[in-house]
Write a protein that binds this ligand. Sequence first.
Ligand code: PLP
Length: 347
Amino acid sequence: MNGPRLHIDLDEFASNLDVVRARVAPAGLMLVVKDDAYGHGLDRIVRRATREGVDWFGAFDVAEALRTRAAAGPGSRVFSWLTVGAEEIRAAIDADIDLGVGDAGFLEDIGAGARAAGRPARVHLKIDTGLHRNGIRPEDWATVVGRARELQDEGLILVVGAWSHIAEASDQDDDDARAVFEDAVVLAEAAGFDLEVRHLSASAASFARAEFRYDLVRVGAFCYGIRSAGGVPEAELGIRAIASLQAPVTHVGDHAVTLGVGFLHGVPSSLGRHGALRVDRKSVQITSVGEQHTLVASFGPASVGDDVAFFGPDGASATDLAEKIGTVGEEILVRISPLVPRTYSGE
Ligand SMILES: *Cc1c(COP(=O)(O)O)cnc(C)c1O
């Protein structure tokens, strides 16, 4: 019998891309592909997105940015925001990666890397707007901008962007963050930088709040059809989950059926204590999650060997599961073991 598999519908992904782009226009979309495109498989996601005309990608580290560059080809822009060492800076510059810069030391390292590479590095300066998660503090911003100006005048960098990241948890906090961002942009422009892109928001604020879109939005979750926990339902957003976790029925008892998927495959065992869920369009009770098996009660007619969707567009979504155990849909997806095979439609 087959084991579980994660099936990814790339046509559904393309529809989500259309929905997101229509919503944020005239701002552009940077598709965020961190964590192997949230567990969906970076290479295929990037290839399909490129075919759909996506021309900005957001990768977390340089290794992921290089994979993205290889899959996307030379025409698109790939942004990477993790602070890294000299060797990786050099590799990033050689592969034409845009670098997010959230501290003064990293800016110097990039200058040195560009000198060695013999070509300037494209840089997006990051202001810390309150999350305290890597970013230049407002009180240091003028100094760092001044130093960036010197490096640009030496031909070592090109400052093409200003950016930050916001919590998207409360409108008031986001508004405060946006005010800090606006001041930072004014200062950067006063220093003579011709900013090609200002970017601040991720999925939730990009959708809900036009004034947060600027030139570019960095969206991951909604493109994969993952709604925010406690947020607007998928149907209202116009998106659909692109991944479904398929599992075989391995045993049928009088009051329960066993599915061949468990915590070794990445299903959180804590789901076993959390009540009714819709699995494969039916309302079921997850009784327990073991190593390789999950016991579900009141499943209705089923035969050994049936393939059911544990989560996916037609039953519980990853976010529905996540809400049961106090996390977010992204976590359900990135926890699916790399050993679970991925299958694709719409390649
Ligand atoms: C993950 C991430 C995003 C995308 O967030 P979503 O909510 O998945 O759209 C954007 N920017 C940064 C810096 C991120 O880390």
